[in-house]
Design a protein around this ligand. Structure first.
Ligand code: MG
Length: 416
């Protein structure tokens, strides 16, 4: 049996953990630079606060309903996500972290009451972290996903849905639109409609060969998985990223080259930390800068840079990225966004030395290890090229404290 554990309105729920007085209140979380709504608590959904709306457009609606608004606090969400995973690991050693708020659990070989086990998972996460989740179970990942969706929609199920004997669920599947199936988006759903496939049930009983001919092998597998035939396994060791990107829109437009270089330094050092974490080195990077796309003289450009040798050293990567930006820069424009991609990666262990024997020195490897160690819990040192408190930094005016990752911001409990 597979289970999918998915947090309810994850970002909003994270904010409610340390603000218990907000737990049944409408809460929303905004995207980078306080742009759009990206999460809504249950109470906010009940008020029909629309998802993915630009914040400035519905400010007055939010004020009218006294909605509590938060900027995104990714440090907090990432930390709470890893705490959730740590609890889930006590329920099974076979686990795939699928996204920041979703994990697949393999329960193969377990002899437990599934519903009871699902409720235990849910209760433990609430007791230990105050994180509300739903649990879906099925023989396949596709069924576990679907079960989770049903658990979220049906109050009767108390957040746990088990799709064990799939045929018993046909009545429910007939009522669920086909785009609720994992991997079937709005566009694919439209094409399926032309074949009179409207519901999950219609897709489940569709002719697999027919589906393969018209839509390819991926959807054929989905049909098989809906019928309980496993085509995808819980992947406990997802492969390393083949490319690492760090890109961001600025809080305010940038005009000076030196400011652009500060920004790219910061993104480059973020990407380099990820690179070292997965024990890779980089051979080629890309750098891009762009103005707003909505102005008359919109400009965007990308440059590819081969590094002198494969490296994980932040200084080398930052230096190359800064040079790249200098080549892309056109004066007199207002830049809105920049980014770096580490696009050609290698395992740190298996790097080929090149003909002239240029390679990263042992000293440089050691230096990076020390930097990462110092910054492990929270940032202690950083590259001066990234600037100190620069004006273009992301705007997050309504950000909650870093309750769990900064000693200065740890919650204080007063006992009187
Ligand atoms: Mg979720």
């Amino acid at each position: 049996m597979y289970a999918l554990v998915d947090a309810n309105s994850f970002y909003a729920s994270c904010e409610q953990i340390f603000r218990p007085e907000l737990r049944d209140k409408p809460v929303i979380v905004l995207s980078n630079n306080d742009g759009c709504i990206v999460a809504r608590s249950r109470a906010a959904k009940a008020l029909n606060i629309p998802d993915l709306q630009p914040y400035f457009k519905i400010k007055s609606l939010l004020a009218k309903h006294q909605v509590h608004v938060f900027s995104s606090n990714y440090e907090l969400y990432a930390d709470l996500s890893s705490r959730v995973v740590a609890v889930l690991e006590e329920f099974t050693p076979q686990l795939e972290v699928y996204s920041i708020d979703e994990s697949f659990l393999s329960l193969d070989g377990f002899s437990v009451d599934w519903r009871d086990y699902g409720l235990q998972i849910k209760q433990r996460l609430w007791r230990d972290i105050r994180m509300p989740v739903c649990v879906g179970m099925g023989q396949t990942k596709t069924l576990a996903k679907l079960a989770n969706h049903i658990a979220k929609k049906s109050a009767k199920l108390q957040g746990v849905c088990i799709l064990e004997t799939v045929d018993d669920w046909h009545a429910v599947f007939k009522k669920l639109p086909v785009n609720k199936v994992w991997g079937v988006g709005a566009r694919l759903a439209k094409r399926l409609h032309r074949l009179d496939i409207y519901s999950v049930y219609d897709l489940k009983i569709a002719n697999a060969k027919h589906i393969r001919r018209q839509f390819g092998v991926t959807l054929e597998r989905t049909v098989a998985e809906l019928n309980g035939e496993r085509c995808m396994n819980v992947d406990t060791q997802p492969g390393h990223k083949k490319q690492i990107y760090s890109t961001r829109s600025f809080g305010q437009k940038i005009q000076q080259l030196s400011d652009l270089q500060q920004a790219i330094s910061q993104y480059a050092s973020t990407a380099a930390v990820k690179l070292r974490k997965q024990k890779s080195v980089v051979k080629t990077i890309v750098v891009f800068i762009q103005t707003s796309r909505f102005i008359d003289d919109a400009y965007s450009n990308t440059i590819t840079i081969a590094l002198p040798y494969p490296t994980n050293n932040s200084c080398t990567i930052i230096a190359a990225a800064k040079q790249g930006v200098a080549q892309l820069y056109r004066p007199g424009l207002a830049y809105a966004k920049a980014g770096i991609g580490l696009v050609e990666l290698d395992d740190a262990g298996s790097t080929q030395l090149n003909f002239f024997n240029h390679y990263q020195s042992a000293k440089s490897l050691k230096l990076m290890a020390v930097v990462d160690q110092l910054n492990h819990q929270q940032q202690q040192i950083f590259f001066a090229s990234s600037g100190i408190d620069p004006f273009w930094q992301m705007q997050r005016q309504m950000k909650s404290p870093s309750y769990t990752t900064s000693l200065q911001q740890i919650p204080v409990i007063k006992i009187t």
